[in-house]
Design a protein around this ligand. Structure first.
Ligand SMILES: [Mg+2]
Length: 171
């Protein structure tokens, strides 16, 4: 049976860390090493975090996460995929994110995109997200924490931590 899978954008489809490292280096001249950022929230790890997110082009030029295009093509053929991004806090990100999806994931239709403020009310069978708080308020059965530096050490009984290669083998 087809499952409804909710998929986050930042830190799951978009490689936000690579983008933040580049922006931070441009602003401060210092290149941060991802290993040294493990277990630290993004807003603490990057001194320019808030400014970065408000900068024009930040979301539209973000690199694509390794393995995500192939994984999404596979999931999209087999199941019902919805892209769910808590994006309305940054209004200028909305058009950038939609353009980014159209460019990098052209097989995802506009009907499959949900931009929201909180994710609690969106139902599905599975959720893939890099932030534990979104998974904890999700009512579906399968909760996958997408492996990112900030969530190293995040533990919850109901959540599996995985990357795209591992996720594909679960569906
Ligand atoms: Mg995210």
């Amino acid at each position: 049976m087809k499952k409804q899978i909710l998929i986050d954008m930042d830190g799951v489809l978009a490689d936000i860390y690579m983008q933040l490292v580049n922006y931070e280096e441009r602003a401060t001249g210092k290149k941060l090493d991802l290993k040294s950022l493990e277990g630290i929230t993004e807003s603490k790890a990057f001194s320019t975090y808030r400014e970065c997110l408000s900068q024009k082009g930040f979301f539209e030029d973000a690199p694509v996460m390794d393995g995500s295009v192939e994984a999404l093509e596979y999931l999209n053929e087999k199941h019902r995929v919805l892209i769910v991004s808590a994006a309305t806090e940054y209004p200028n990100s909305l058009i950038e994110k939609q353009n980014w999806l159209a460019k990098n994931f052209p097989f995802i239709s506009w009907r499959q995109i949900v931009f929201c403020g909180v994710k609690d009310f969106i139902r599905g069978d599975a959720m893939i997200d890099d932030h534990l708080r979104h998974l904890e308020s999700f009512s579906g059965q399968t909760k996958i924490l997408y492996a990112q530096p900030h969530n190293v050490g995040s533990i919850s009984d109901s959540v599996v931590r995985a990357d795209w290669r591992e996720i594909v083998s679960m569906f």
